[in-house]
Design a protein around this ligand. Structure first.
Ligand code: FES
Length: 151
């Protein structure tokens, strides 16, 4: 059961980094999958953030094998707001080629200290190298991280 959205209708779109594991994303999700013509529609799934899944952008459990260490969000992005914009609707998820996981739409984030906020359109790390995990800090650039993208 997913949390209700701010207007009580539909699931609350949120992105939650699990301890030393994948990024759990909930909401009315439309996921672009590399090599697939049609997007996947779901209300919850887990995305790889260690960079080692053989089924990117999804987690396949490889984070355990590689001993991935990744905590929660330390601080909200500066542009986060207390309330979402008027239109909290579907969240579009697009893995960028050799890059981040782009969440397009409003999404709710919470820090390890319990500070919460909303942000519209945000790039999440999926290479495992960001110093600001779970957010992308462009560390994938110049690394050997390779992963297919999808629009
Ligand atoms: S986080 Fe699970 S395989 Fe990468």
């Amino acid at each position: 059961m997913t949390d209700p959205g701010p207007d009580g209708a539909g699931p609350r779109p949120r992105a939650v980094p699990t301890p030393d594991g994948p990024l759990e994303v909930c909401g009315d999700l439309t996921i672009a999958v590399p090599g697939e013509r049609d997007p996947v529609r779901t209300d919850r799934t887990w995305f790889c953030r260690c960079g080692h899944s053989a089924n990117k952008p999804f987690c396949d459990g490889s984070h355990r094998r590689v001993g991935f260490r990744g905590g929660g969000l330390r601080r909200l992005p500066v542009r986060a707001t207390d309330e979402p914009g008027q239109e909290v609707g579907a969240l579009r998820v697009r893995p960028r080629e050799n890059g981040s996981l782009f969440l397009e739409g409003w999404v709710h984030l919470e820090t390890e200290d319990g500070e919460a906020g909303w942000i519209e359109n945000v790039s999440m790390c999926r290479c495992g190298l960001s110093e600001n995990r779970p957010l992308c800090d462009s560390s994938h650039k110049g690394s050997d991280f390779a992963a297919p993208g999808a629009e």
